[in-house]
Structures are given as C-alpha cells and as structure tokens.
Design a protein around this ligand. Sequence first.
Ligand code: NAI
Length: 324
Amino acid sequence: MSTPVTVTVTGAAGQIGYALLFRIASGQLLGSDVPVRLRLLEITPALQAAEGTAMELNDGAFPLLASIDITDDLKTAFDGANVALLVGARPRTAGMERGDLLAANGGIFGPQGKAINEHAASDIKVLVVGNPANTNALIAQHSAPDVPANRFTAMTRLDHNRAISQLAAKLSVPVTAIEHLTIWGNHSATQYPDLYNTVVNGRSAAEQVDEEWLTGTFIPEVAQRGAAIIKARGASSAASAASAAIDHVYDWVNGTDWTSAAVVSDGSYGVPAGLISSFPVRSADGEWEIIQGVPVNDFSRGKIDASVAELAAERDAVRELGLI
Ligand code: NAI
C-alpha cells in the first residue's frame, strides 16, 4: 500500500460533504489501494457537525482511512494537502446582487488560495465545487501565484454526467454508449452541452435526435436540472454533485481520454487565456490537456461565446473588486 494522500475538503459538514467524504474514505477518489488522510475545513459554528460526520466516518472502519482532522484554521487545513476539494461557499440569498455574491465568495476563496499557495504540497490539485465555481476557482488561482495555474479547476462534471444521462435515456442506450460529449463554458445556465461532436454507437449524436429536442429540450433541461432537483427533493443536488467531484478527481489522477472540466484557458477555441472555462479535456500523468481540433459549428460558436462572455464579465467584476 502506498503512503497516504492528504485530501482537504472544505464545507465538510454540508450536504455535499456528507455524500463526498464516505466515497473518499472508501477509495473511490484516488484508487482502491491509496490510503487517505482527511482534513475537514469548516467555519467555527459548523465544527461540531463536522465532528459528527467524522464519528460516522470512523464508524465505517474504512481500511484506507488513515486519519481525520477537523479544523477552522486555513493553515492546518491545507498543510501538505495533495488534493483540495473546495466545496463550502457563500450561497446567494434573496436580494443579493451579483457583486455582493462575488465579494462574499472572494472573502472565502482568496484566503483559501493564499493558504494553498503557502502550505499545500507541491503536487496540489484543486477542484472548486462551491458556486459560482469557475470564478471562485479564478479567485483562488490568482491568490496562489506560486502554484501552477493549471492545478486550479472548477466542476462541470455534474453537467457532463447529467447530459450523458439525458441523451442515453432519449436514445434508449446505456450511458456507456455515449462518447465525446462536451460541456463548454461556465457552470451556470449559459453552459453549453455539445452534441455535435458526441458519438453514440459510432454515429454523431446530433444526427440521431431532432433539432427541436436538442435546442428546445436537451440544452435547457441540462442547464436547469439543478432547479428541477430542488423542486423534487426540496434540497439541492448533493450526492450527484459529490459523485461528479469523485469522477473529476479520479480521472485527473488516473487518466481519461475525454471528459469535461473547467480548466485555465490557454486561448484555445477563442476562450480568452486565463479564464477558467469548461472544455473537452483529456488527462494523463496527472495533468489535464484541452483536446484540440474539435469542430465548432456556427450554432456551437454562438453558445460558447455567450457563456464565455458571462465568464469574462464575472472576471471583470472580481477584478474591479480587487479580488484578482
Ligand atoms: P451546504 O450549505 O449544505 O454546505 C456548505 C458548507 O460549507 C456548510 O457546512 C458551511 O458551513 C460551509 N462553509 C461555508 N463557508 C465556509 C468557509 N469559508 N470555509 C469552510 N466551510 C465553509 O451546501 P452544499 O449543498 O454542500 O453545496 C456546497 C456548494 O456546492 C454550493 O456553493 C453549491 O452551490 C455548490 N454546488 C456546485 C455544483 C457544481 O456542479 N459545481 C453542484 C451542486 C452544488
């Protein structure tokens, strides 16, 4: 068995944390032979709840769980961290303007990025789940100038998985029949799930569905799935979000030929360099790479540009607030 990997989870007492931690402890984040040391970061009032979750984790008697530390201190949380899952965020409350939301999250992700810069292990990999995820990741990345920018990512894997599931149901095929699906842009209502490059049983997915379903049903239903879950469940997506976070990090560490992740743009596909935007990506040797040469038709171009414009506006807003 290898040496334990230190995994920091913020917002550990929240509902995603509750679903996520047990899967990490069971070996699903990194691999079934990799022991983990868990560091749970919470705000002070939630420390007791995090203790309760840790009690349950201990009660799982997970063979791969080497230790659990619970803290409200950033240095302790990120000291020697190899993987950081930044889940805790400030939600938008009634009457809150976008600027207020970005400023409140800047107060969380700026200091966390700084603590990662100062205390994390040199191979740190960061996944931001807490919304607005892409821009929170941008803030954290700018606060960590000594960490390679490509170690900061934001989660669009839940959108990716949702899109695969909906397409599989539409075509009555197993999810494993669907390849090369891409979510482009922001993890928000402007995200673009691209079926023009998706392949199902060797044929273009876009050719197997009618245009009205693609534009009028599929795209809006993928984007609004989170709201549909809240309506049905009375609470926001948690286990599926945790599952997507597991998928994202597992593939990052262990490699994949094609998935969607929000990574720092190098200018590919006309996305301004530096924005953290979702792309088709592959991973090898623990590094994401944006897949090149994916055809972008006029319809896709318009959708990608609209989502990227939103990301650029968020970047400009946090720049104005002095957060990056
Ligand atoms: P939750 O409200 O159940 O839990 C959030 C936890 O974060 C709370 O325990 C809170 O005390 C903690 N927290 C707040 N500020 C913190 C700080 N500064 N440091 C450490 N912990 C802090 O929320 P839930 O359902 O677990 O969701 C977490 C985030 O994930 C939300 O921002 C949500 O919008 C986002 N999300 C993102 C998805 C994606 O696809 N990227 C999908 C679903 C949710």
